[in-house]
Design a protein around this ligand. Structure first.
Ligand code: PLP
Length: 398
């Protein structure tokens, strides 16, 4: 049966992980992997998670099945975070949030839902987008197309071209947006641009799908839900996929959700039954350890405050690293302009290097990143930033 199967090359990021691990150079830097790191280069558990996990272990009395929607308290807390507890959509009962195995699981459920609802629907994603988007939707049988997004020459948003492309979209098209901290380019629309995009969605009738994997890492927890809130105020139907991997640092606990906004309460209830039947034949029910922890955090004023302060610390560290990096590059005499690093947000940016320069960073300096030269800014710290800039100047010189 398996004789025709050929080995599949590893995901480029996973390939970097193993090459980095095997490299004996003490100065090595991993700029590839998409996890937050602190000044010590570690990805520790958040304190609020440690505290809530203790409570969970002390109080949980059963590991029996919970049912397809998972932890109900997590689902309602995520709805409140994403849409605002007083929002019209929540007050009118138009939203259902259902726990999924991470944001990736949520995207796959979203893909199955779209395929079930409109079998010949197409997904439109920004050029570029998170590479896994390009795999998840076709895996459910949905074709993918790109709309203009990132200007590689100027490291800015191609807003005019994006709007031109979106003006051609209509019912049956699903347009995927990154709510904040665009992965991989770090460029987001500003408030005025989000207003224009969401007005266009309402006017043209395409279905917005918002992927929010870095809530709190750009401007603030509530501020980063702007796109979710504007789309759901203006459009009859919206799909939102959220991940808690980064902002609660519960990566391996596979914690995420899909939220669907429907025209009315009855339709939302109907669509939830469709989602339950799709997940039943896939993973049956989602894992609950991470969501049960987050349920505890978000239903405790004290732990919620602690979480907010820990997210603020992560966001401030990323933003200050962006500033330091950009200023130190200028001070080093490198003539190429990297000031865009300061104007972008979240963990990711493109350095704008050639594949050859990326390979030189790896081979000559043990600095690892993907061929696209996407870097994770959170990988820098006081101990490695000068070494990186020195290596960067060398590969840019020759
Ligand atoms: C844009 C985007 N969406 C979704 C995810 C999914 O994250 P997870 O499945 O780990 O929750 C990621 C993770 O890197 C991401 O960058």
């Amino acid at each position: 049966m398996f004789e025709h199967l050929k080995a599949v090359p590893p995901d480029p990021i996973l390939g970097i992980l193993s090459a980095y691990a095997a490299d004996p150079n003490p100065k090595k830097i991993d700029l590839g992997i998409g996890v937050y790191k602190n000044e010590a280069g570690a990805t520790p558990m958040l304190e609020c998670v440690v505290e809530a996990e203790k409570i969970l272990i002390a109080t949980q009395t059963s590991k029996s099945y919970l049912g397809p929607p998972g932890v109900v308290g997590f689902n309602s807390a995520m709805s409140d975070l994403l849409f605002g507890p007083d929002s019209d959509v929540l007050q009118q009962g138009r939203v259902r949030t259902i726990q999924t195995p991470g944001g990736t699981g949520g995207l796959r459920v979203a893909a199955d839902l779209v395929k079930t609802a409109v079998p010949d629907a197409a997904i439109w994603a920004s050029d570029p987008t998170w590479p896994n988007h390009m795999a998840i939707f076709p895996a459910s049988g949905l074709p993918m197309h790109a709309y203009p997004y990132f200007d590689r020459l100027n490291s800015t948003l191609r807003f005019v071209e994006m709007m031109e492309s979106l003006r051609q979209r209509g019912p049956g098209d699903v347009v995927l947006f990154h709510a904040c901290c665009h992965n991989p380019c770090g460029v987001s629309p500003d408030q005025e641009q989000w207003e224009a995009i969401t007005n266009l969605a309402a006017e043209r009738g395409f279905t917005p799908m918002v992927d929010i994997a870095y809530m709190g890492f750009e401007r603030g927890i509530e501020e980063d839900t702007l796109a979710v809130r504007l789309f759901s105020e203006k459009c009859p139907e919206v799909i939102v996929v959220s991940s808690c991997s980064k902002n609660f640092a519960v990566y391996r606990e596979r914690t995420g959700a899909i939220s669907i906004v429907c025209e009315n309460d009855q339709k939302a209830a109907d669509v939830q039954t469709v989602i339950n039947s799709l997940t039943r034949k896939n993973y049956s029910m989602p894992p609950t350890h991470g969501p049960a922890i987050i349920d505890i955090i978000l239903h405790s004023d004290e732990l919620t405050k602690l979480w907010e302060s820990e997210v603020t610390t992560m966001r401030n560290r990323i933003n200050s690293l962006r500033k330091t990096l950009s200023e130190k590059i200028i001070a080093s005499g490198i003539s190429k302009d990297f000031s865009f690093l300061q104007r972008q947000s979240g963990m990711f940016s493109f350095l704008g290097l050639s594949v050859e320069q990326v390979h030189r960073l790896k081979n000559e300096f043990a600095i690892y990143t993907v061929d696209s030269a996407r870097i994770n800014v959170a990988s820098f710290n006081d101990g490695n930033i000068e070494y990186f800039i020195d290596a960067l100047s060398k590969v840019l010189e020759d």
